[in-house]
Ligand binder design. Sequence first.
Ligand code: 5AD
Ligand code: SF4
Length: 516
Amino acid sequence: MNEKQRVESQQVVAGNLPDKKSEKDFSKYFEAVYAPPSLKDAKKRGKEEVNYHKDFHIAEEFQGLGEGKKFYIRTYGCQMNEHDTEVMAGIFLGLGYAPTDTVNDADVILLNTCAIRENAENKVFGELGHLKTLKKTRPNLLIGVCGCMSQEESVVNKILKTYNQVDMVFGTHNIHRLPNILKEAYMSKEMVLEVWSKEGDVIENLPKVRKGEIKAWVNIMYGCDKFCTYCIVPYTRGKERSRRPEDIIQEVRHLAAQGYKEVTLLGQNVNAYGKDFDDLQYGLGDLMNEISKIDIPRIRFTTSHPRDFDDRLVEVLAQGGNLLDHIHLPVQSGSSEVLKMMARKYDRKRYLELVGKIRTAMPNSSLTTDIIVGFPNETDEQFEETLSLYREVEFDTAYTYIYSPREGTPAAKMEDNIPMEVKKERLQRLNALVNETSAKKMQEYEGKIVEVLVEGESKKNPDVLAGYTDKSKLVNFRGPKSIVGKIIKVKVTKAKTWSLDGELVDETVEEAMGVN
Ligand code: 5AD
Ligand code: SF4
């Protein structure tokens, strides 16, 4: 999108559009005046400089916009979306809205969507169907769709044509414009549409309402330039843009001062951090090194790409302290041929070498991964290579998926001769191996003492407390509520496949410091 179109897109309110029912008029207008999200534009990567905007504030004209009104946000997908929801909640509060966790109470409902697989999208369309009924009984209700799906032209077209109950659609680059979008939606009878296909900027100082007081997410970079052939993310989240180290460090220091015990540094491709700086040789290893000096007991990061996992990062992580040695390292496939088709930029050998390097430097580290089965034309032999890699690495656990074609990606154009039945069977076989390996790994904890960050009551039983170890294992045990938010020692009495049961060691409650 050029600058003129961008300015126009900021101003376009669908209220100026012809009647949606007149399809011909609508398409003509849509093409001529309004720039819809374009995956083609989103694919372009230029050398343009990243602009940092540090002066975000809610303009006076929007103050009080939400007085007496309530908002509800439903979040789908990854941690990045969860964190975007925290930012949007911050903006809503700044506008005077109050939060609610019931749709029936809400004056504004936002669906913060995920586009990674087809079933994620279907859930959103299903939910929009339910909301149509609600909207009929409450015509003043505003319904918005944001997040990754809004960046897809096919989705936006479908919403425009079929989902009249939607009042606002805005993209992942337009979150900071929520006040403008809401105001437009109140003024207009038609849908407000604001999606920028391309964005090169970083907006600092956005307000946030964090979901908890114990663990926090901190974005360190946005976007992805990897363009794995199956993945929609580089199109929906734009080019890689790193936040400046000083801004991140200040945010983490602030969280430490507020008493947070755990911070997860977020990026779609988090270890490409700093690669876009022109004026600075500074990567994730350097950043983690700085953050390790901050008085916060647990620091994690996600999600890393094996290709960008450099020696400096391994060296810094090996220092331990508050840098946790649980590493999520998506492999996607154990076959070098499939990895090549996926454009992952590493092969099986290189992945295994990296695992070796990490395990040599951090013998107690735990590794988890993501795997896709049924990539177009994946053969039985290639799938067997994924199983054999899994056995060789012995991951603690894995997120496993059947390949889902995403319109606009190169893989979606590949002819695929593998029937869905075969793909499902492969997923089942892989999941059986994942479960078996996880159960075995969990068994190793029986009788051992682990350090647990206590998060609160167990979801299943309010008499039991629940928390996570440094390796992200869920531990359930009995203890006083006063230890919520602290890191304590628990002896594991029983291992299950997905959780550990334990008992408090000597009732000794340790202050949350220097875990390793
Ligand atoms: N189909 C299935 N799984 C996918 N992932 C990303 N794109 C697709 C797709 N088109 C998986 C990858 C990634 C995780 C977040 O989602 O395994 O690591
Ligand atoms: Fe998608 Fe991750 Fe590949 Fe980026 S690195 S294209 S987010 S799978």
